[in-house]
Structure formats: structure tokens, C-alpha cells
Design a protein around this ligand. Structure first.
Ligand code: HEM
Length: 182
């Protein structure tokens, strides 16, 4: 997983909790992290490290893991909007934007970072008001996708209800999201 994800996560902990919480979480887990926790934006790290960090943040703050992943997804989307403004040109609503992840955004991300570990999204548009997204990955980040989808909806300021169907046996590596404009 790219270092940018880790550096943004630590920024979120500092901003939404406090710098003390960020220091404490890192001190408590650094011995368990293969990288030792020294992240650089262009480095690559095992994706399980982010799960270790989120687990420790949950233990430290008492906030459930699912809520933290969702919060991080929203935060990360807002940061992507700042870091990669070029991907937002031509998209002025959430359905249009989300429909471009597979064939445009993540494809461009892979050009920039050939080792990026990206999921796949298969989208259906059964009606004007509904978008269905099938998420699949080798990693268990469906809850992160859920948070990113919410972040995207917030970004475009729309009223959209999201339903996540995550089969238990897939342990977060597959999910279907049904988005309905209200
Ligand atoms: C401007 C928008 C976006 C950019 C620039 C972007 C870029 C990235 C980058 C750099 C990674 C990390 C790759 C790695 O660690 O190797 C990533 C992973 C991921 N992206 Fe995106 N992304 C964007 C939007 C979205 C949205 C809206 C969703 C959800 C629908 C999404 C779903 C994911 C997920 C779930 C992962 C984690 C890896 C996995 O599940 O296997 N992305 N993306």
C-alpha cells in the first residue's frame, strides 16, 4: 500500500483526535510494524499495517474500528480532491465521478505508481437515480470504499443513500454498494 495512505491516516488522527493520540498510537504499535512506522509518501508498505494502526486507534479512543475506517475514507476522499484536482475535471456529480474510478482514475493512478494495489469496481446504472458498484479486491478494504463513497457524495453535496452488502465469507474483500439518489 502506498505511503500516501499512511501519511494521510496519521494526519487524520492528528487533526480529528490530537497529536498526542497520534504519537501514542504510533508508539504502541511501532514494534509490530514491519516498516517500524517511518512512512514516506512514495514508499510502499504492507496493507496490514494500516489495519494495525486502525485497531490501535480504536483501542486507544474506544471508537469502533468500522466507524474509524468510514471516517478515514471520508477524510481520504477530501484529501484526494486536493492532491489530484485533475481527476475532478468534467465530473460534476457523484454518479459520474464514481463511474470513472475503474477506467480512468485508478488507471491513471497505476500509471503514476506502477506498484499500486488497486481494487476493481464493476458498475451498473439500472436507472437514472440508482448506481450499483461491485467492489472486489485481494485486500479487505470494502469498508474503506464505503467511506470513500460517502466522502465523494459529501464532496458533490448530494443527497444519496448508500447501502453496503458485504458477504461475511468474503471478509471485506468483496461488497456491493447500492446508491440511490433521494
Ligand atoms: C480522486 C479520487 C481517487 C484517487 C486519486 C484514488 C487513488 C487511490 C490510491 C493512490 C490508492 C492506494 C493504492 C495503493 O496503496 O497501492 C487507492 C486505493 C483504493 N481506492 Fe482509490 N482513489 C480515488 C477514489 C476512490 C473512490 C471514490 C473509491 C471508492 C469507491 C476508491 C476505492 C479505493 C479502495 C477501496 C482502495 C484500497 C485498495 C483496495 O481496496 O484493494 N478510490 N486509491
Amino acid at each position: 500500500m502506498l505511503g500516501v495512505v499512511f501519511s494521510e491516516f496519521m494526519e487524520m488522527v492528528e487533526e480529528e483526535f490530537s497529536p498526542d493520540v497520534a504519537d501514542r498510537v504510533m508508539e504502541q504499535v511501532e514494534d509490530m510494524l514491519p516498516s517500524g512506522g517511518a512512512y514516506t509518501a512514495v514508499g510502499e508498505y504492507h496493507h496490514s499495517e494500516i489495519l494495525t494502526l486502525i485497531g490501535q486507534l480504536s483501542a486507544d479512543t474506544g471508537v469502533p474500528v468500522e466507524d474509524l475506517v468510514e471516517k478515514f475514507g471520508r477524510y481520504l476522499f477530501a484529501r484526494f480532491a486536493v492532491l489530484y484536482p485533475e481527476f475532478f475535471q468534467g465530473a460534476d456529480d457523484a454518479f459520474t465521478f464514481l463511474g470513472t474510478i475503474e477506467d480512468y482514475i485508478h488507471r491513471e493512478v497505476r500509471k503514476l505508481y506502477p506498484h499500486a494495489e488497486l481494487p476493481s469496481f464493476d458498475c451498473d446504472r439500472p436507472s437514472d437515480a440508482v448506481l450499483i458498484m461491485h467492489y472486489e479486491s485481494k485486500r479487505p478494504f470494502a469498508p474503506l470504499a464505503h467511506g470513500l463513497i460517502h466522502g465523494c457524495i459529501d464532496h458533490f453535496g448530494q443527497e444519496i443513500v448508500v447501502h453496503m452488502d458485504m458477504p461475511e465469507e468474503k471478509a471485506g474483500s468483496a461488497a456491493t454498494f447500492t446508491l440511490r439518489r433521494t
